[in-house]
Design a protein around this ligand. Structure first.
Ligand code: C2E
Ligand code: MG
Ligand code: MG
Length: 586
């Protein structure tokens, strides 16, 4: 340890007032400084000025002034007026209320260091001056390493672009940047976030290997960069997803032209190794509104990308669509719960023989009364059930419930009633479930014959996989069940399938039926369907009969059965059973 021969001024003190002779250092303090494994010194305060009582060798080493005392004095003077000096002065003046520790940057640029200074109180000097022990640690290496790690954390190692984490910061920073500039012209009139999703990437990756996939991503990123304008920012926000902050000068038009430029740069095929591939992307755009959270803005653009994937063109985020999607999502969650708790029911709507006026059967229709939202229409929850796969569960439940109800009616009537139940099957069930096996099991469990059930299918169940549909329909026929084509005329099935598939009944969609009275085209369509059915040996049911005129017209045209509010709305099981009384065929 060396005894310092100088004392630093407090910055305002004249240079010549800082040198003084030292009183001897108490042995205990000397031992303390020598034992300290880090740079340390003892400081005191007199008349508002800082005095160095003693410094250990490590302190000189840290100061690194090449042994020149003049340099050292200069350096200590400088520090005395900096944050370190202030810390010591405040601490010595009022230890109870002062900070004990400070971390600060010493110097600027590459040679700057990060110092951590800590203070501890010592016994005052013999003349009563307050003293303290200061230790200093150079944390430059740790701070630089942490900075580096943070930079790495914010960077995508494959493309070198900022990553998902950094992207939110970029959006945030862009928000602060926009607004009036220094001159009268605004710098940006806000900004938009674009999310670009490379389509079919996982298939390419799987079939060509991940090295090829990596190369493709890098090339893709380069193309995106070439589509950007100065001020736009690009990040890789997911495996095959990129985010762009687009500065807007002309509002939404700038975002749309950015999307067009991106599509343009992707127009030419990618040449990788000796292969050429065409890469397409979906683009979602979200415009920033005032004070909007960056995460939310990004999510909006991601939502728009989803829309873009199905529409095949760049999509702008529309809040109404998102709230409809949110409603769909909460309906999905609540429908799952409702199914688990058996909160759905079936309503039964009579199917009437138009010639005799007798009830031939009932169509079972799912009903859901939500505790808070009230009645939710099947036209809303069935599509959600189909999208989420819940339709498999719902479909089995509907079939079982209807069959059990029919068996109960039979039992109450003392024998099989002369009527059948029609149950709707979704195209998803045809594609994913073992429908025939399920129907067979249900018939057995309920103890009813196959001909008591009609399965209503839509044209979409044929269009998706005609071969599979054919097998399912045939298996249902083998169980003696009836197969009806629901909403006929609204799908896209070809006449060839109609002829080939074992379909017993065509249900004429209510949209044609409802329009018959005012629109001769609808009458022509209904007549065409009726004669088509006749030619193919099928029966017909008209849906949506609301008036006596429609009922009689359809009967006159030769339609076999009808269903609609004119006869009855869908009824609860007990009411439907009561409806049969006096209306059944002998
Ligand atoms: P759908 O199978 O074509 O059923 C006929 C729909 O027309 C029913 O609507 C019925 O209430 C309605 N309707 C009957 N008569 C009239 C009328 O005179 N005028 C009008 N305007 N409408 C009438 P609902 O009950 O709302 O069901 C809608 C659709 O939801 C059904 O159309 C069916 O495709 C589907 N659905 C209902 N329950 C189930 C189910 O358990 N499983 C499956 N997969 N789909 C179901
Ligand atoms: Mg139906
Ligand atoms: Mg229908």
């Amino acid at each position: 340890m060396q005894r310092a021969r100088s004392l630093t001024g407090d910055g305002s003190a004249p240079a010549d007032s800082v040198v003084r002779a030292f009183p001897p250092l108490p042995d205990g303090d000397r031992a303390l400084l020598e034992a300290m494994p880090i740079a340390a010194g003892i400081f005191s305060l007199k008349d508002g000025r800082l005095w160095i009582e003693a410094l250990n060798q490590r302190f000189y080493d840290l100061a690194g002034c090449g042994g020149d005392p003049a340099d050292f004095v200069e350096m200590m003077k400088e520090h005395s007026s900096g944050p370190g000096g202030k810390l010591v002065r405040d601490f010595l003046a009022d230890p109870a209320n002062a900070a004990e520790e400070i971390e600060y940057r010493d110097g600027e640029g590459l040679t700057s260091r990060f110092l951590k200074t800590r203070l501890a109180p010592l016994e005052p000097c013999s003349d009563g001056r307050p003293r303290c022990l200061m230790s200093v640690v150079d944390r430059t290496i740790e701070v630089r390493a942490a900075d580096h790690a943070r930079a790495e954390m914010l960077r995508d190692s494959l493309t070198g672009l900022p990553n998902r984490l950094a992207f939110t910061d970029m959006i945030e920073a862009a928000g602060k940047d926009s607004g009036p500039g220094e001159c009268a012209v605004p710098r940006h009139a806000g900004h938009a976030v674009l999310v670009v999703d490379m389509l079919r990437f996982s298939r390419i990756n799987e079939s060509m290997g991940s090295l090829f996939g990596d190369e493709l991503l890098i090339t893709f990123a380069r193309r995106l960069i070439s589509a950007l304008r100065a001020g736009d920012l690009l990040a890789r926000t997911g495996g095959n997803e990129f985010g762009i902050v687009v500065a807007l000068r002309n509002g939404i038009a700038d975002a749309q032209s950015a999307a067009r430029r991106i599509q343009d740069v992707l127009a030419a095929p990618f040449r990788l190794s000796d292969l050429e591939i065409k890469v397409e992307c979906a683009i979602g755009i979200a415009m920033r509104s005032d004070g909007q959270d960056p995460e939310e803005l990004f999510r909006n653009a991601q939502f728009a990308v989803k829309q873009a994937k199905s529409s095949g063109r760049p999509e702008l985020y529309q809040p109404e669509e998102a709230s409809a999607a949110r409603r769909r999502f909460s309906i999905e969650t609540e429908l799952r719960r409702a199914l688990d708790r058996d909160e759905l029911s079936l309503a039964y709507q009579p199917l009437v023989n138009l010639r005799s006026g007798k009830v031939a059967g009932f169509e079972a229709l799912a009903r859901w009364t939500h505790a808070e939202r009230g009645e939710i229409s099947p036209s809303e929850f069935i599509p959600v059930a189909e999208e989420s796969g819940l339709i498999l569960h719902l479909g089995r439940w509907a079939l079982d419930t209807a069959a059990r109800t029919l068996a109960e009616w039979d039992k109450a009537a003392g024998g099989p009633l002369p009527l059948h139940f029609a149950i709707n099957l979704s195209a998803i069930q045809i594609a994913r479930d073992n429908v025939a096996g399920m129907v067979e099991g249900t018939l057995k469990a309920a103890g009813i014959a196959g001909n008591r059930l009609t399965l209503e299918l839509t044209e979409s169940s044929i269009v998706q996989d005609p071969g599979r549909a054919q097998r399912v329909f045939e298996a249902l026929k083998a169980l003696d069940a009836t197969v009806a084509m629901d909403d006929f005329g609204t799908g896209y099935s070809s006449l060839a399938y109609l002829q080939r598939l074992p379909i017993d009944v065509l249900k004429i969609d209510q949209s044609f039926v409802a329009g018959m009275m005012h629109d001769s085209d609808n009458v022509a369509i209904v007549r065409a369907v009726l004669s088509l059915a006749e030619a193919l040996g099928m029966s017909t049911t008209a849906e949506g009969i609301e008036t006596v005129e429609l009922a009689t017209t359809l009967a006159a045209l030769g339609c076999a059965h009808g269903q609609g509010y004119y006869f009855s709305r869908p009824l609860e099981a007990d009411a439907a059973f009561a409806y049969c009384s006096g209306r059944l065929a002998e």
